[in-house]
Design a protein around this ligand. Structure first.
Ligand SMILES: CC(C)(COP(=O)(O)OP(=O)(O)OC[C@H]1O[C@@H](n2cnc3c(N)ncnc32)[C@H](O)[C@@H]1OP(=O)(O)O)[C@@H](O)C(=O)NCCC(=O)NCCS
Length: 186
């Protein structure tokens, strides 16, 4: 099923230039891959060996896998473009069997973090969730990624359980939690 990729939002970031959040297209996938690998290494490199990060990337971040976010009506992919440069992305999935909306990924390049780009990406994702009629947005975050766990909590996420998450040959604790979609983001 084809999904219309017409959603584009332009906002002023605190860096005083325009940040555009838009659906990613097939042509954007190499940029999404680059942002993913760079940001994963910066975020997880202190507790996950590079070979495991690469193994995960090669398995789950193929062109075909990321194209699903352009073609599957249940999936969405957003790209953040700051002054013409792709700097972040987010992916969502509405599981229609369990009627649950998931944020699969949210990543902003290290040098672009702290400029509200992550919040803007999350806002666009939540709009998709509401359109599916979801009341919550669910996600998993590595327990050792403490800065981001605090970031989510500040935005109203509550973590209710832990599950193992496997990246290559490494297993880490994943916190599973949600935020109510009827609460506005700050
Ligand atoms: C988590 C993340 C998506 C947040 O996006 P962001 O654009 O950096 O965050 P925002 O600018 O919207 O929010 C900034 C606030 O978060 C805090 N913050 C949390 N993590 C931060 C980080 N790594 N860099 C800068 N600020 C961060 C800031 O202190 C700031 O708080 P303030 O508003 O009180 O000043 C982004 O930092 C990121 O990609 N981190 C690494 C990857 C990651 O953990 N992704 C999620 C995996 S589940």
């Amino acid at each position: 099923m084809a999904l219309k990729n017409s959603s584009t939002t332009a906002m002023k970031s605190e860096a005083s230039h325009d940040v555009v959040i838009r659906r990613w297209t097939l042509d954007d996938i190499p940029d999404v891959q680059q942002i993913a690998l760079t940001t994963w290494r910066a975020t997880y490199g202190s507790f996950i060996p590079d070979e495991d990060i690469l193994a995960f990337f090669r398995t789950y971040y193929t062109m075909e896998a990321l194209a699903e976010n352009c073609t599957n009506i249940l999936r969405a992919g957003f790209l953040a473009v700051d002054a013409g440069k792709p700097v972040g992305y987010a992916r969502t999935f509405f599981n229609d069997q369990e009627a649950r909306f998931y944020l699969n990924s949210l990543y902003v390049l290290p040098e672009c973090q702290g400029k509200r780009i992550g919040t803007l990406l999350l806002r666009e994702c939540e709009t998709v969730g509401r359109a599916f009629g979801a009341e919550e947005i669910w996600l998993g975050v590595m327990k050792q990624n403490t800065r981001t766990v605090l970031w989510y909590e500040k935005l109203g996420f509550r973590f209710e359980r832990e599950e193992p998450f496997i990246m290559g040959n490494t297993t880490v604790d994943h916190l599973i939690g949600f935020r109510k979609l009827n609460q506005p983001l700050p």
